[in-house]
Design a protein around this ligand. Structure first.
Ligand SMILES: Nc1ncnc2c1ncn2[C@@H]1O[C@H](COP(=O)(O)OP(=O)(O)OP(=O)(O)O)[C@@H](O)[C@H]1O
Ligand SMILES: [Mg+2]
Length: 365
């Protein structure tokens, strides 16, 4: 059985001198997928998107759109951006200021040689799709930022590309408009059926929109999967602390006489199969309890802040330099700097071992 791949990326690399902006990335999504590249600033998201668009050539690896090889860093083969059947929407949605909304959206169709009649019909269709049909005669200076972004999206989808590429398209909009446009973009995605790649460092955006998410750090993919998979089983410490509202807590532990220990608190039986190397225990924010008095498996912490969210409270506390998040039903009665006690459950949600470090230590011994 063959899968109908929309995009396949194999061993993709981009080096700028000594900087490995993209470091051996493998990703494949089915046709019609909504792939989100999620990660902190500088992790290589835009560089991947620019290679997909054909604005940047890979230093290594291959990109396929469907069955078509569009770029190979190994042979230097590359399909020109205009020949890739892909549309790109940027954060700064540079519309042509001297052209009306109609002309902005019609321009790429004109370049492709569409007849005036076909152009007119298509411009109206995509403006209606984005609910801005009434703005057709306005100029970019006469419409709001959110409306300008809709025009930019209309312009990109007008020629009906098979692949849509978005680079943080909503980050210039205010919170309410962002939420609205998220829904709008999902609708556009569904109606066009295009395979979409969407870059963001906003994990809420990623989790609500994506069919597939690639969490990136330092040019590499840390984990690739459905939003649920990332939330339920974060594969690495980085993913655990990057994803989730609030993200999970990851505690560095020592192994003492076969037990995990953090500051003399016994956190359960250690998994010894991985040797004595560093281990981290992961606790979800709703797995921890806050107590006013000390008790067993309790860590003294300092209260920082509490934020009410949908009938619950996200509480942040400090343990020395470490920030910890707890979700509680009752707001703690505490002020900044007050002493509270964090109770750990008997079993952590997940355990991470740093195999590379363990191996390095083993070879040094
Ligand atoms: N033309 C370039 N020359 C040298 N280094 C570059 C160039 N373009 C990008 N880089 C480096 O490559 C890395 C990845 O950059 P990229 O723009 O892909 O990050 P990003 O994930 O999109 O970040 P952000 O969220 O801030 O937009 C960064 O370290 C960046 O400094
Ligand atoms: Mg970027």
């Amino acid at each position: 059985m063959t899968t109908d791949f929309g995009i396949r990326i194999r061993g993709l690399e981009k080096r700028y001198g000594d900087v490995r902006a993209v470091d051996h990335v493998d990703l494949a999504v089915p046709s019609g997928a909504f792939l989100v590249l999620l990660g902190p600033s500088g992790c290589g998201k835009t560089t991947i998107l620019r290679m997909l668009a054909g604005l940047e050539e890979p230093s290594g690896g291959e990109i396929h759109f469907g069955d078509q090889l569009v770029a190979s860093g190994d042979t230097g083969m590359t399909v020109a951006p205009g020949q890739r059947d892909a549309g790109l929407v940027f954060q700064s949605y540079a519309l042509w200021p001297h052209m009306s909304v109609y002309e902005n959206v019609a321009w790429p169709l004109k370049v492709k040689g569409w007849s005036t009649e076909r152009r007119n019909a298509r411009v109206r269709e995509v403006l209606d799709l984005l609910s801005i049909g009434n703005l057709i005669e306005r100029y970019p200076g006469e419409i709001s930022g959110g409306q300008q972004q809709r025009v930019a999206i209309a312009r990109t989808i007008a020629p009906g590309p098979k692949i849509l590429l978005f680079d943080e398209p909503l980050s210039n909009l205010d919170a309410k408009l962002r939420a609205e446009m998220r829904t709008e973009l999902m609708r556009v995605h569904r109606l066009t059926g295009a395979t979409s790649v969407y870059v963001t460092h906003d994990q809420v955006e990623a989790m609500t929109m994506a069919s597939h998410v690639a969490v990136m750090a330092q040019g590499r993919v840390e984990q690739f999967g459905a939003p649920d998979e990332l939330l339920n089983a974060p594969a690495t410490r980085f993913v655990a602390t990057f994803i989730g509202t609030p993200p999970a807590n990851v505690i560095p532990v020592e192994v003492v006489q076969g037990r995990y220990c953090y500051k003399q608190i016994d956190l359960g039986v250690a998994d010894q199969r991985n040797g004595v190397g560093p281990s981290w225990l992961m606790y979800r924010a709703d797995a921890l309890l806050l107590r006013p008095e000390p008790g067993s498996r309790c860590l003294p912490v300092e209260f920082a802040e509490a934020t009410p969210v949908a009938g619950r409270h996200i509480v942040t506390v400090w343990d020395s330099e470490m920030r910890l998040n707890i979700v509680t039903t009752e707001a703690p009665r505490a002020n900044l700097g007050d002493r509270l006690f964090l109770e750990f459950p008997a079993v952590p949600t997940m355990v991470y071992h740093d195999r590379a470090e363990v191996e390095a230590q083993a070879s040094m011994a």
